[in-house]
Write a protein that binds this ligand. Structure first.
Ligand SMILES: [Zn+2]
Length: 501
């Protein structure tokens, strides 16, 4: 089937008619260049099934989010929101109020999410979360920490000292608590995908920690066509993925070409809020062996895991937040040598020493970054990384050093909305606050290009993954970018958000 988009305005201001054939753009004809458009000439009218007049609205490649935990994002709205709680006591009070309004069923763990304890005046304790026999488990905003009460620990058969967990133990508990029947998870996932389409999203790298490939295969098998998905693989899934002969970049059968094997995810360190991001300097107030954060693996072990993945055609992406972890991740890529499928990535790269900046481009390693997290964490960063914030979330420095940026949200850590991500990268500001390190903001053109999933422009032969906006992104204010009015979204030649016909 063919479709015609009339009167579309590209970001360079030119007005074009775009002909789409199947899942590809087949022609782009300028209306203002004197040449007759396919619509006017009638050259294609005879075989164009469907046409839409975009009336001069802005058309660009569809937007990607390069780091999502999609199942976790779908579950988030079913959990008690604890973001913004200013102390452990306030967090506990919010849980108490919630339990009063929504008495839970027996045998159900009440789950809250989003607390950020880095700057709290008090500390979490197991006692604060005691509410009779009601089991309660709280997931931190950065997902690297879990605070759980005694009733929940008893129910989950965990020892009392597990009331505060971090890193892998916290991830494992969260995965356990996130288990819901497939039909329910899929229904919530499809709802979340529809909302994402309404924001112009056409693709994600899904780094869900458990069963991303199986979940999406099921959804595409059920007829879902709303997003492209590159589904990541964790060490625990490696054997199954190798047995299924899925490599990074492989199209997975039965998914209309929309599901592709994603990267192999490894962790070099923890996170800033949990004070486990591995740094060159100690955190203020911490002492002992973990005072500078946590290295999840030794350098040798990280390289061994990465090599094992590469041997099976899986391209690594390495989570690294602190500067020391980022150095280790770059060292690991240097030792691995050239990689297929567009090269490897480092996730987050929140703190970088100056000498590492040019290594991204030199090694062909992409910086997969999440600008809205800088807005969430600017105060915690000023506190824990005092004196080093000029090289924190340093997107302009990365671009100037030639690095390729890929923007994302790390949803549920930040919302799955590419315009929030883009606005944060461009303005370094939110809620009317002064911009934070505005010298590290990037231009809107760079932010958009870093959100197109590797696509450069709308051109004949390219994928028909598109977004139409009511206003010009290049001249929009920060607030307009954040709330960008999206008119329509298309994935593989089919509308996923209105502009039917
Ligand atoms: Zn993540």
């Amino acid at each position: 089937m063919t479709r015609l988009l009339r009167n579309a305005r590209l970001l360079d201001g030119s007005v074009v008619d775009v002909l789409i054939d199947g899942d590809r753009v087949s022609r782009v004809d300028r209306r203002d260049a004197g040449a007759s458009s396919p619509a006017e000439s009638g050259a294609v009218g005879t075989f164009t099934d469907r046409a839409v007049d975009l009336e001069g609205r802005w058309l660009q490649p569809g937007l990607w989010d390069s780091h999502v935990h999609f199942g976790q994002w779908a579950l988030l709205s079913r959990r008690l929101d604890l973001s913004g709680a200013r102390s452990a006591a306030e967090t506990a009070a919010r849980v108490r109020e919630h339990l009063g309004e929504h008495p839970p069923d027996d045998g159900v763990v009440v789950i809250g999410q989003g607390f950020r304890d880095g700057l709290w005046p008090d500390v979490p304790t197991p006692e604060l979360l005691e509410f009779g026999d009601i089991p309660v488990a709280l997931v931190s905003g950065d997902v690297h920490c879990m605070w759980t009460n005694a009733a929940a620990l008893r129910m989950l058969d965990l020892p009392p000292e597990s009331w505060l967990l971090r890193e892998q133990e916290a991830f494992d508990l969260n995965v356990r608590l996130s288990a819901v029947p497939d039909e329910q998870l899929d229904r919530w996932a499809l709802e979340a995908a529809a909302v994402a389409a309404s924001r112009g999203l056409v693709g994600i790298v899904d780094l869900e920690m458990h069963g991303a490939i199986a979940g999406w295969r099921r959804r595409f098998g059920g007829g879902f066509r709303g997003l492209r998905v590159r589904a990541g693989v964790y060490p625990g899934d490696l054997d199954a993925v190798v047995a299924a002969s899925i490599r990074t970049g492989d199209v997975i059968d039965g998914t209309a070409g929309l599901l592709v094997g994603g990267p192999f995810k490894l962790f070099a360190d923890g996170s800033l809020n949990t004070r486990t991001a591995w740094c060159d300097h100690d955190y203020p107030g911490l002492s002992g062996p973990d005072a500078a954060g946590l290295a999840i693996h030794s350098a040798d072990e990280l390289l061994r895991l990465a090599r094992a993945a590469v041997a099976h055609g899986l391209v690594p992406t390495i989570h690294a937040i602190g500067d020391r972890a980022t150095t280790l991740a770059l060292d690991t890529f240097a030792a691995l040598g050239p990689l297929p499928e567009g090269g490897g990535s480092i996730e987050h790269a929140q703190l970088i020493v100056a000498t590492d900046l040019p290594r991204f481009a030199a090694l062909g390693v992409r910086a997969s970054v999440q600008p809205e997290q800088a807005m969430d964490d600017r105060d915690v960063t000023d506190h824990f990384w005092a004196g080093r914030t000029d090289r924190a979330f340093a997107y302009r420095s990365l671009l100037e050093a030639g690095a390729e940026l890929a923007l994302g949200s790390d949803a549920p850590v930040a919302p799955l909305d590419p315009w929030i991500t883009i606005a944060a990268a461009v303005t370094r500001s939110r809620d009317g606050r002064e911009p934070w390190h505005p010298e590290q903001s990037i231009g809107i053109e760079d932010a958009l290009a870093a959100s197109w999933g590797g696509v450069g422009a709308i051109e004949a032969g390219g994928r028909a993954d598109l977004v139409v906006t009511d206003i010009d992104p290049l001249t929009a204010s920060g607030d307009q970018l954040r709330g960008m009015p999206v008119f329509a979204t298309m994935v593989a030649g089919e509308w996923t958000y209105p502009a039917q016909s």
